[in-house]
Design a binder for this molecule. Structure first.
Ligand code: CA
Length: 225
């Protein structure tokens, strides 16, 4: 799962990023309407978390533009406590739910989970290939029932390859997924993640092989038994 947080209060942004990382989802955090527009143009998200009062504009305009573009990603609005008008305006603009600040950590995550269940990526709660199971809600990977220890980048690469198991995945798509918004990815970061992941897959009875398609990308193939 990949979330986008649009919030200009740095302290709250850090708290929410920590909360989301704690449950194993990925999150990009930005503090302005213009950075949010750039983020949604570059990446696919499963959930947007949008503060309404932003330094360069109104979160409502961002939500309206997003819906006008026929994007259906769920949106959770972060509003000030007791601001009934803000909640109504947010929902009318196309948001799916709201939480009032200051909010409880547990309630915030529960609202996120409820909206993520509606995401197209949540329709299958787990991906499988060979003996591997990738739990999309928790991000944990198991091989024949035993949990497999993966670093975050290895996990991201494996999730994408498992979604497209049996098909070649372009290198660019994987590189894009590995680069956190605003960060440049070092040139061999993907190769390193792939080679470590391959070593782990080959070291267990996974029933899959990670193949390099030179000059194009990678392919996760289920072995014939
Ligand atoms: Ca604000």
């Amino acid at each position: 799962m990949r979330l986008l947080l649009v919030e200009d209060t740095a302290r709250l942004r850090d708290l929410l990023v920590d909360a989301v990382h704690g449950v194993g989802w990925r999150i990009d955090a930005v503090g302005s309407v213009s950075d949010a527009e750039e983020a949604v143009a570059c990446a696919e998200y499963d959930l947007l978390l949008v503060d309404l009062g932003l330094p360069d504009g109104d979160g409502l305009d961002l939500i309206r533009a997003f819906r006008r573009a026929r994007k259906e990603t769920p949106i959770l609005v972060l509003t000030a406590r007791g601001a009934v008008d803000e909640r109504i305006a947010g929902l009318d603009a196309g948001a799916d739910d709201y939480v009032a600040k200051p909010f409880n950590h547990g309630e915030f995550l529960a609202r996120c989970r409820a909206l993520l269940r509606r995401s197209p990526n949540a329709s299958a709660p787990a991906l499988t290939a060979g003996q591997l199971t990738f739990d999309l809600a928790s991000g944990s990977v198991a091989c024949g029932g035993d949990e497999m220890a993966l670093a975050p980048r290895e996990r991201t690469v494996l999730e994408i390859l498992m979604r497209d198991a049996g098909r070649v995945v372009k290198k660019r798509k994987l590189e894009h997924a590995l680069s956190e918004f605003g960060d440049e990815l070092s040139s061999n970061a993907l190769e390193t993640a792939v080679s470590r992941l391959r070593k782990k897959l080959d070291g267990a009875t996974t029933g899959v092989s990670l193949e390099t398609i030179r000059g194009v990308g990678y392919l996760l193939r289920e072995k014939m038994s």
